[in-house]
Each structure stands twice: as C-alpha cells, then as structure tokens.
Design a protein. Structure first.
Length: 113
C-alpha cells in the first residue's frame, strides 16, 4: 500500500504560475521550480543507469526552461515535456516528494534524494 505521504491531492501551478505546486494527501505542500525539476530528471539520459551518477550537465540547462506539458503516468508519476525538447523523464510521486526542498522536509530527511 502506498503511503498517503506520497499521494498527491492536487497538482497545479503556483499562484504566480512560475512553479509547480503539489499538495499531498498528508496536507503538506511542495513547490518546485521548473529548472530544478529539469536538472533532477531521473531518466537514463540524465542519470547513468548502472552507477546512478547524474550525467546531465546542469550548466547546460537554460534558466528559463519550463514545461510545455505535464502528463500523468498511470497513478504513480508525472512526465514533463520541457521547452528544451527533453521529454523522457518519468517522475514518480515518491521521488517528487523526496525532492521537496522546504525547511520542514530538509530537517526531517536530511535533503537526500
């Protein structure tokens, strides 16, 4: 059974439409900047499948990168079509929850991804 902690209740843009906001079923809200999400793409083109080492050069990601489309993958993940043409990353909800960089999450998880 999936923890309520990693199930989204609501997914949408922030009020100013500059970031993605996810309100989780446990009541927590996470906010993700587009560039942050693009840099942390978990696909095989961005992370070495054997070593888990990030191979994407973050300096090559434009500051203005943004999602052109966001699609659900089953009931467990999101997939983004990025303005830089990238679209292969699947972001499971548990991964997105671990990426939350708010003060509360940093103090409870140590900021590990």
């Amino acid at each position: 059974m999936t923890s309520q902690r990693v199930l989204p209740e609501e997914i949408g843009p922030t009020e100013d439409a500059t970031a993605l906001r996810i309100r989780w079923r446990d009541g927590h809200t996470s906010v993700y900047g587009p560039r942050q999400l693009r840099i942390l793409c978990p696909c095989a083109g961005c992370v070495d499948e054997l070593t888990g080492e990030r191979i994407l050069d973050a300096s090559q990601i434009d500051a203005g990168v943004h999602p052109l489309a966001i699609e659900y993958v089953g009931r467990y993940a999101l997939q983004f079509q990025w303005s830089d043409g990238h679209r292969t990353g699947i972001y499971p909800f548990d991964y997105l929850r671990r990426l939350c960089d708010c003060e509360e999450c940093r103090s409870t998880s140590g900021g590990d991804v």
